[in-house]
Design a protein around this ligand. Structure first.
Ligand code: ATP
Length: 519
């Protein structure tokens, strides 16, 4: 909503005076809140009327509206107004028609809308939040009588800038217990978000994003590994970033100016794979009408990434061993020996040592490949990377799709933290891509996530006849275990505040040296 005049030049005189009713204490959910006893929603008697705010408001509050009846009789005390204006959180109240009835100074600063402009207008017009149409938080509180605490949403400021805020809501009741409206407090998260993004930038190596200790160790040795000409074996489950890591090895090496060629050895039948790798001459087989260069030739002077090397047949393993030992090969159908100047980076999502033990992978080839072994942990073992990775993919998709999604809401992040990500980082990337289809702007809410993530999040372990207290303790201990007893990460996964987790741990007698940790 465009601002009529800059806030600074309007001064305090332009703020409509707020009135207070001792008969209308603030409430939090069903509880009466005695702090600012009687904060109310009308204008001060005797103040200059501003068209559209005072009169609009008086009209609004007229008739049978209980807000109007009591509001007209009481004036917000200067103390209450000073207190409200001195807090850094935005505070506003609405009546039963969703019209704003009070708006403190921080609310003006955060939204860029002056109180005189805001008062009397429907709150959705002023806030233009991404949840206004679908899941209005105040509406939820009014309908369910339950307060909301710290829900993250995005709003559109008067200057058109979208910012993340955290909102809390409660019912507003009069002395007779009738609901007369709602109150919302909100906090600007822009600075927190900016600082967090700044810090997150430090956890990026080439295109690889991570802050997990195992990955940071890997980042530390990667330049040296890359500079050596050694063959590298990357092990890790599907989707953990093996190809990404192999590209980093290539771009940090002296071969960076040369080609990087990747081939998935598990995706092709043996004969095709052989021709793909080594090339063929015309007439080598029925369909070979022309000479064709293989991947080794294409990767000349650069790096060849052999993905899923564990799936290569024994016959082809022999040919690969020869290239690795002698750096020579013959294209299919040719007797001409070609010398290969190619660095090999191999990867497998299966344990190659295990395959050797089982006899399905050659020991000599294993030792040739396994000169430097880099292990990529699963995403479940580095859950601290989830927020970083989510942000990384959101930023990338924002650029690609020309969108302005601000990030994940706390609730969506809690869903992410509870999930185990069997498809690892690729699965996370796909989930963000899915959310981008449904989310038009602002923050990604749980409603924009695929159904299976919720189903998974709701599956509670069999309570086994335990009490509620025992179950809560078990859930917290399990979450602590999953997060290596890091409280911040655990609180994030559980979707609660760090202090709440600390209090719960104290109450439930859960300690880091808890003997039940390893149960
Ligand atoms: N640490 C990371 N930071 C940023 N993006 C990542 C990271 N790890 C993986 N990705 C992204 O996740 C996706 C899957 O990664 P990649 O293809 O490298 O996995 P992979 O282990 O080779 O999978 P597969 O074994 O199935 O071939 C890619 O889009 C990649 O860019």
């Amino acid at each position: 909503m465009p601002r009529k005049r800059p806030l600074k030049s309007m001064g305090r005189n332009f703020r409509p005076m707020k009135t207070v009713s001792p008969a209308m204490p603030w409430c939090s959910g069903e509880r009466t809140f005695h702090g600012f006893s009687g904060m109310c929603v009308s204008r001060a008697a005797g103040l200059p009327a501003r068209p559209g705010a005072i009169h609009g408001k008086e009209t609004l509050l007229g008739g049978e509206n209980p807000v109007a009846q009591s509001a007209k009789q009481h004036i917000l005390s200067p103390q209450t107004e000073t207190i409200l204006d001195s807090i850094a959180d935005g505070v506003f109240t609405v009546d039963l028609d969703w019209r704003i009835t009070s708006f403190n100074r921080a609310a003006e600063e955060i939204t860029g809308v002056s109180a005189s402009d805001a008062i009397g207008r429907p709150c959705c017009e002023v806030f233009r939040a991404n949840v206004c149409e679908s899941t209005c938080v105040l509406k939820f509180t009014m309908e369910t009588r339950k307060p909301i605490v710290n829900k993250s949403v995005a709003i559109l400021r008067a200057d058109g800038r979208e910012i993340p805020i955290s909102v809390s809501t409660a019912l507003l009741k009069n002395a007779s217990g009738h609901t007369i409206g709602g109150v919302e407090t909100f906090r600007d998260l822009s600075l927190v978000e900016t600082l967090r993004k700044e810090i997150d930038r430090q956890y990026r190596f080439q295109d690889i994003v991570s802050k997990s200790p195992a990955m940071l160790e890997l980042f530390a040795i990667l330049p040296e590994v890359a500079r050596s000409e050694s063959t590298v074996l990357i092990q890790g489950e599907s989707g953990t970033g093996k190809e990404l890591l192999s590209r980093a090895v290539h771009s940090l090496s002296s071969r960076a100016a040369g080609p990087f060629v990747a081939i998935n050895c598990g995706a092709l039948p043996d004969t095709l794979l052989e021709s793909e790798l080594f090339g063929h001459v015309a007439g080598a087989f029925t369909d070979a009408r022309k000479n064709r260069a293989g991947r080794f030739a294409q990767a000349e002077g650069g790096t060849l990434f052999l993905d899923e090397i564990g799936d290569v047949s024994p016959a082809l393993q022999v040919r690969l061993l020869r290239v690795l030992e002698e750096r020579t090969y013959e294209p299919l159908g040719s007797s001409r020996t070609v010398t290969a100047n190619v660095r090999i980076v191999a990867a497998s999502n299966r344990d190659l040592a295990q395959l050797v033990a089982e006899g399905s992978f050659r020991k000599d080839l294993y030792y040739r490949i396994n000169v430097v072994k880099l292990e990529l942990p699963t995403l479940a073992r580095r859950k601290e990377d989830i927020p970083l990775l989510a942000e990384h993919f959101i930023a990338r998709l924002n650029k690609l799709r020309n969108k302005n999604i601000l990030g994940l809401s706390h609730e969506a992040l809690a869903v992410f933290m509870r999930h185990n990500w069997p498809g690892n980082i690729r699965e996370l990337e796909n989930v963000i891509e899915y959310a981008f289809i449904l989310c038009r702007g602002g923050l990604i809410q749980p409603a924009f996530l695929p159904e299976y993530l919720h189903a998974h999040a709701c599956v509670l372990p069999d309570s086994g006849g335990l009490s509620l207290r025992d179950n809560e303790a078990r859930a917290i201990r399990d979450a602590l275990d999953r997060n290596q007893w890091r409280r911040m990460a655990t609180a994030r996964e559980l979707g609660i505040d760090k202090n709440t987790l600390r209090r719960k741990m104290k109450r439930l007698n859960i300690r880091a040296d808890d003997p039940r940790r390893d149960e």
